[in-house]
Design a protein around this ligand. Structure first.
Ligand SMILES: Nc1ncnc2c1ncn2[C@@H]1O[C@H](COP(=O)(O)OP(=O)(O)OP(=O)(O)O)[C@@H](O)[C@H]1O
Length: 225
């Protein structure tokens, strides 16, 4: 019987470490993600979840090891631009234009991507249909988060890197987030999510990063002092 090679993972972190200001933030991370896969980054404050996502987003580079996309280093010339065009990024800095309407905020990015026709549907799906023509500066925190998610949907790139996507969302918003991640994965998309709050994602791998600054005393002991 001929042996078939297993498919390359879409993303592979090969012994990745990250040093910031002389301190090891991430040490020897090995993880692979295939199409349709999901990875949850968990861990206490300061454990390196955002640092991990920022390396995947090419905002910074690993200090050691390599990140491979389709078997190629994401930071190598010729690969970098192609890889970046695959990424949908969402973080606490929401890059929302305050004076533009909700629709303009989504449409701008969709058009920049050379696409058209998904913005209104995405805004409605995220429950902001009534606010389509409202200025973004009038949105609540949770509505801003929903706007970010609508933008992600309209731009429709395959690899989602989400830093605390559920912060400020109400229960319905979290369910919508779970739904759009599940649908994205059904289409072969990847979701990598740093979060403190539980998000339901079927068959997601969890990478739990260790505490970098262990407390000398327990919280209880500190409060007793
Ligand atoms: N550019 C940088 N220069 C120096 N230190 C940095 C830099 N970026 C991150 N760090 C440090 O790396 C550590 C990890 O930070 P990071 O933001 O990745 O943690 P996190 O797990 O996302 O935390 P949180 O749960 O609070 O969001 C922190 O101690 C932070 O101070």
């Amino acid at each position: 019987m001929p042996l078939t090679k297993p498919p390359l993972p879409r993303l592979l972190l090969n012994n990745v470490s990250c040093i910031r200001k002389g301190q090891i933030v991430l040490r020897n991370i090995n993880v692979s993600v295939h199409d349709g896969g999901a990875l949850v980054l968990a861990g206490p404050n300061g454990s390196g979840k955002t640092t991990f996502l920022r390396m995947l987003a090419t905002f910074s580079r690993p200090s050691a090891g390599e990140i491979l996309w389709n078997g190629h280093n994401i930071n190598s010339p010729g690969v970098f631009d192609q890889y970046k065009a695959e990424l949908g990024w969402m973080s606490l800095k929401d890059a929302i234009k305050e004076k533009a309407t909700v629709l303009e905020n989504v449409l701008f990015w969709e058009l920049l991507e050379g696409k058209y026709g998904k913005s209104k549907k995405a805004i409605e799906l995220m429950g902001l249909g009534q606010l389509m023509n409202s200025k973004a500066k009038f949105l609540s925190m949770g509505q801003r988060k929903r706007l970010q998610l609508a933008r992600l949907l309209a731009v429709d790139r395959p690899i989602w890197l989400l830093d605390e996507p559920s912060v400020a969302l109400d229960a319905e918003g979290v369910r919508l987030l779970e739904y759009i991640i599940a649908e994205h994965r059904k289409r072969g998309g990847i979701a990598i999510v740093a979060t403190h709050l539980p998000i339901e994602m079927e068959d997601a791998m969890t990478l739990r990063l260790p505490t970098r600054f262990p407390r000398r005393n327990s919280l209880y002991e500190l409060m007793e002092k």
